[in-house]
Ligand binder design. Structure first.
Ligand SMILES: Cc1cc2nc3c(=O)[nH]c(=O)nc-3n(C[C@H](O)[C@H](O)[C@H](O)COP(=O)(O)O)c2cc1C
Length: 188
């Protein structure tokens, strides 16, 4: 797939299944991630791969988070949280490893991790797989972060769910890009 086609056609998957990106594809996806723009060459990205039975342990973290956030939740709702981690055969947790001691603003370090996540989605799409980018409460929860091995100064920018689409869907409408653009300072 041409790069421009991946950029113009990428959309999130609705439902993912096996096969997951294999080792070679995952290597390409992660290699694409570390091409993200990086002010100060900080390499402020961290990636935690969750697959196989580890997804069930991630589901337990999601359920425990939901229970802490909403203690009134019933067993069914908690089970739904557990199942979120099983909605794809491969998950990569993408985080910004923020360094407050450098002059590069934290927002720029976090944006770089967001750019890495987008690059991963594009790479997966170009390789014939697809992805979903999710955050939700667990991304901002200290206990979840700690359990995944992140520092409290790290920021999870997304849980990237990766796999093969069960039924490719049409890209959601984005509206007219011209409505979002102004040309400043040009002569009338
Ligand atoms: C930082 C970030 C966090 C997101 N978190 C969620 C989420 O938790 N749940 C969700 O349904 N969509 C989330 N999305 C949006 C989807 O990933 C997706 O981009 C959106 O539904 C538009 O669909 P498309 O990618 O097919 O255009 C998030 C997007 C970003 C950039």
């Amino acid at each position: 797939m041409q790069a421009i086609d991946a950029l113009l056609k990428r959309r999130s998957a609705r439902e993912l299944t096996e096969p997951a990106p294999d080792e070679g594809a995952l290597e390409l996806i992660l290699s694409s991630a570390v091409r993200a723009p990086d002010h100060g060459r900080l390499r402020p990205w961290r990636f935690v791969v969750v697959r196989g039975g580890a997804r069930e342990r991630l589901g337990e973290l999601f359920a425990a988070h939901a229970q802490r956030a909403q203690p009134q939740l019933g067993a069914q709702a908690l089970q739904r949280e557990r199942l979120r981690a099983l909605r794809a055969p491969l998950i990569v947790v993408v985080a910004a490893h923020c360094n407050p001691a450098v002059k590069i603003p934290l927002i720029e370090q976090t944006l770089s991790a967001g750019a890495a996540a987008h690059a991963m989605m594009l790479a997966a799409f170009a390789l014939g797989f697809n992805a979903m980018w999710k955050t939700g409460g667990p991304a901002y929860d200290e206990t979840v972060k700690q359990a995944l091995g992140f520092a409290s100064t790290d920021a999870i920018v997304g849980f990237l769910y990766l796999g093969t689409e069960t039924a490719p869907a049409a890209a959601p409408a984005r509206g007219e890009w011209r409505d979002l653009v102004r040309y400043w300072g040009e002569q009338a």
